[in-house]
Ligand binder design. Structure first.
Ligand code: 5GP
Length: 215
């Protein structure tokens, strides 16, 4: 099973200890994972992925929009590793846009609402790059879709996996950055109704934030 960093239920940092955009200060409970730690963990994930998957052309598929920051940093680490480890493979990128959440809850209806033509994945090793796995329904649906395009191999890396024993479909990705408590998190491109993507750290939104930005 994939290794990961476990964030315990009460493990958070005071938001006063970090640089938070002023317009969000009153709407966050605390910082759960500072950006520096995300980057350090991402560097190691890139190394593990390259060692396992870089035996032929690799396509990294970014799940928009929430996965874009993680995807960007992970791709950079993979490209660096590919260029310096003495062994390299062609590396390309594709994008897909999914939607399954409204406000802070899953709608049980996963929609693919845009992205590249996935026929490019045929015969290639595909790495799906996701921001967060909650119930796992979104990823199960995406894996069904991708398999129709006949890739050689598909692996999934998710920056976060939530501890949701009662809701989970028991799906686990191949690579995991952090396992986190069952709280609604924002920042580092994860949004709440399109807000908070412009926040560096992964933070827990508070009640006031949920109310202020509810649609
Ligand atoms: P699942 O299908 O696994 O239940 O949900 C996955 C999707 O729900 C993610 O790609 C993400 O868009 C959204 N999601 C689940 N939990 C959170 C959360 O705590 N914060 C944010 N911003 N999005 C979440």
């Amino acid at each position: 099973m994939a290794g990961y960093i476990k964030i315990e239920d009460d493990q958070t940092f005071s938001k006063q200890m970090f640089c938070i955009p002023q317009h969000y200060e009153d709407y966050l409970e605390s910082v759960m994972i500072p950006k520096g730690l995300i980057l350090n963990r991402t560097e190691r994930l890139a190394r593990d992925i390259c060692r396992d998957l870089c035996h032929g052309p690799l396509v990294a598929l970014c799940c928009l929009k929430g996965g874009y920051q993680f995807f960007s940093h992970l791709s950079e680490f993979i490209i660096n590793y590919n260029g310096t480890s003495g062994h390299s493979v062609p590396f390309s990128i594709d994008f897909i846009r999914l939607k399954s959440y409204e406000n802070d809850g899953s709608t049980n209806d996963v929609k693919i609402i845009g992205g590249d033509d996935l026929s490019s994945v045929k015969g290639k090793n595909v790495l799906i790059v996701e921001d967060i796995i909650d119930t796992g329904k979104t990823m199960k649906k995406l894996l069904e879709v991708i398999s129709q395009f006949k890739p050689a191999q598909v692996k999934v890396v998710s920056m976060l996996v939530k501890r949701t024993p009662l809701r989970s479909s028991s799906y686990r990705p191949d690579y995991i950055g952090f396992e986190i408590p069952d709280k609604f998190v924002v920042g580092y491109a994860l949004d709440y109704n399109e807000y908070f993507r412009d926040l560096n750290h992964i933070c827990i939104i508070n009640k006031e934030g949920i109310e202020k930005y509810r649609t």
